[in-house]
Design a protein around this ligand. Sequence first.
Ligand SMILES: C[S@@+](CC[C@H](N)C(=O)[O-])C[C@H]1O[C@@H](n2cnc3c(N)ncnc32)[C@H](O)[C@@H]1O
Length: 261
Amino acid sequence: MPPTVKDAFIPGVKKNFLTRAIFFLACVVDAFFRALRFAGLKVIHRVGEFSSIPFPVVGDGKSDAQTGKGRHAHRKLDVILSHMPADVHRIVDIGSNNGFYAIGLAQRGYSVLGYEPVARFVSGANRILEWYGIQNVSFFQQGIDRENAGHLFASDVTLVLSVFHNWVRLDSWDGAIDILSGIWGNTRRAMFFELADTLDNRFIASFPTMPDMGGTTAECTAFIKEQILGRLEGARVEFIDMMPTDYINGSARHLFIVHRI
Ligand SMILES: C[S@@+](CC[C@H](N)C(=O)[O-])C[C@H]1O[C@@H](n2cnc3c(N)ncnc32)[C@H](O)[C@@H]1O
């Protein structure tokens, strides 16, 4: 008798009820563990208490953007890519969180290093690298402070996205500027810098060490440009745009690119 489609189902194995049942069970168990692994990744990277930014870009990378979750982060990554200077190889991401920007940039061919002090973010990001076989990113579990800021790996481009306020809170205003200057000293081409303002974001406005930035959004943009980025040596500062945020505090943040002159 010629083989049927059913015979091709498990080639070379004599079909009976038992083999079919075992095969079916194996498929169910396999699907269960695949779903668990995927859900585990999603939970680690999506639950609010862990991270407000979306699952790092893998596969088609647009599922979050399409469902609306984390769409602001996807848009910001696109804006960063559209402003990325030519001939950039090494990117350092300060405060890399769950790896969304670092992994997204690595998937476009850049070699990326992320610094992040929170262990569960670093281990979650490393699990993604391992599971998806991504090799051009490394994450270091390290917070940046005055002591180490000048001794990080050098980069063509550095990302300092919504991190500066942590230095103002934990150190001081001048300390935060020193830390940023140390990072800038190891940046060869450009730095993307983002910060919330004290008008829109009650959380950062509550820090005793955070100065008032102004009474309008435009004043706050000017404040960040002059009082923070204007203090970096050899820098030309360009305001990109107000970027809506997925984080719970405030509605939008000021995004700049700082070019080395
Ligand atoms: C508001 S999140 C921003 C994350 C990401 N850069 C973004 O824009 O979505 C701030 C991140 O900075 C990290 N962080 C806190 N203190 C830091 C420090 N001293 N050095 C580097 N990163 C720090 C936090 O753990 C967190 O992941």
